[in-house]
Design a protein around this ligand. Structure first.
Ligand code: TPP
Ligand code: MG
Length: 441
């Protein structure tokens, strides 16, 4: 399924780039053996420290048109029917249902929390519509001990791993039960217990960190874990992305670099974000095993991540996955995407390409799910969020002192001074602050 180089492609039977690579290899071989080339170079292959390649005597530039587009791997069609049963992953029924129910739970959570921001109950929110299949396919294929570095649009991975809706909602409301104590914007989840590294806002900073973590894992004796790092098509333009790719390749790290290519980075479409064949084309260029998949097909995601995990750990090598998808919702609650894309475009992706619909048909075809169960779980999932939200709203906010604590191991005297000043200030003007909303001890 992967491709790192022509040599590797020839070695690995199931490489998605195989045809392309074989064609390129054939071109190279034919150039190499052409009599005039052999004569000009005494038949020798160049042996520079930086490149081993045939000499040619005709100057030609390579560009994106020199290669065929990288194909997109998928397992099932839009009606949930598998194309080739040999490619159908062997997933037990409990896991399939957990995957599906998580997608429904996520979309219900998105709906209600998005509306709650509109009603002024929380400050900000980001939906995951259209990318639910990426989350559950990935989470199901990983071991729960694998480290996941998320960008911010991967809440389904958190739910799948067992973080409760209550925990996620508490984070969005920034109440005293939020482990981040209200210091982060909503949707910046994290869970040490579930090996989910806390999300940070600056794009791509998680990428070199994830590679470093994978390097640390590899150095542990008998390592059987990998790291997986999510990043968007926009984040891929950051310098950190290139550093991460190159460190991952040269330091031989067991990491899955997972690009969610959803077509947009806020209002910037991919047509303005990059030239060349997406993000996947960067993998082979850097010596990274790469596969491009249909991110709206949860089975394709599962299969790709499962194989990538096995490959990464066994060989101590990185894998790049580019999952093609579409950001169905607005970028965030601070965005109105109809200003830069048409309703028709959005509808196309909502109807036929919905990962939830495809997967629902797949499990219905298998006879393990039906319309009645669907209706009842959708209602239950909705009720869970509504109830949780009402409770979260009533919970006290963290004590105001929390804003000054936890930064330093020992609080410096200047911060102690500020805290004392604040204390006196609040004693003097208690009626000017909604102190009843905050914890008092
Ligand atoms: C370093 C940095 N620059 C800019 C931003 C502002 N910003 C937040 S999200 C975003 C778009 C990212 O798009 P993409 O990586 O494709 O992820 P998506 O939102 O599509 O899931 C931008 C530009 C930021 N958070 N950090
Ligand atoms: Mg994007």
């Amino acid at each position: 399924m992967f491709c790192a180089s022509n040599k590797m492609a020839l070695r690995t039977g199931a490489c998605v780039l195989r045809l392309n690579s074989l064609r390129n290899a054939a071109r190279l071989l034919s150039t190499h053996t052409r009599p005039e080339v052999a004569q000009n170079n005494n038949g020798k292959y160049a042996d520079f420290p930086g490149a081993k390649a045939p000499y040619v005597t005709e100057m030609k530039f390579l560009n994106e048109a020199s290669y065929d587009p990288i194909p997109i791997y998928r397992v099932m069609d839009n009606n949930g029917a598998v194309f080739d049963i040999r490619e159908e992953p062997n997933i037990d029924n409990d896991t399939l249902l957990h995957m599906y129910k998580t997608m429904i739970q996520l979309s219900q959570m998105d709906k209600i929390l998005y509306e709650s921001q509109r009603q002024g109950r929380i400050s900000f929110y980001m939906t995951n519509y259209g990318e639910e299949g990426i989350h559950v396919g990935t989470a199901a294929a990983l071991d729960p001990r694998d480290l996941v570095f998320a960008q911010y649009r991967e809440a389904g991975v958190f739910l799948y791993r067992g973080i409760t809706v209550t925990e996620l909602v508490n984070q969005c409301y920034g109440n005293h039960e939020d482990p981040g104590k209200g210091r982060q914007m909503p949707v910046h989840y994290g869970s040490k217990q579930h090996n989910l590294v806390t999300i940070s806002s600056p794009l791509a900073t998680q990428m070199p960190q994830a590679v470093g973590a994978a390097y640390a894992l590899k150095r542990q004796p008998d390592n059987d874990r990998c790291a997986l790092c999510f990043f968007g098509d926009g984040a891929a333009s950051e310098g950190d992305a290139f550093s991460a790719f190159n460190f991952a390749a040269t330091l031989d790290c067991p990491i899955i670099l997972f690009c969610r290519n959803n077509g947009y980075a806020i209002s910037t479409p991919t047509s303005e974000q990059y030239r060349g064949d997406g993000i996947a084309s960067r993998g082979p260029a850097l010596g990274i095993h790469t596969v491009r998949i249909d991110g709206t097909d949860p089975l394709a995601v599962y299969k790709a991540v499962k194989d990538s995990r096995e490959f990464a750990i066994k060989n101590n090598k990185p894998v790049l996955i580019e999952a093609m998808s579409y950001r169905v919702g607005h970028h965030s609650t601070s965005d109105d995407s109809t200003a830069y894309r048409s309703i028709e475009e959005i509808q196309k992706w909502t109807k036929d390409e919905s990962p939830i619909q495809k997967f629902k048909m797949y499990i219905e075809n298998k006879g393990i799910w039906d319309a009645e169960q669907d209706k009842s779980w959708t209602k239950e999932a909705r009720d869970i969020v509504v109830k949780t939200m009402q409770e979260a709203e009533k919970k006290k906010l963290p004590h105001w002192k929390e804003m000054l604590e936890d930064v330093y191991y020992e609080m410096p005297s200047r911060i102690q001074k500020q805290m004392k000043q604040m204390e006196e200030h609040l004693k003097k003007y208690p009626d000017k602050y909604p102190l009843d909303k905050y914890q008092t001890e």
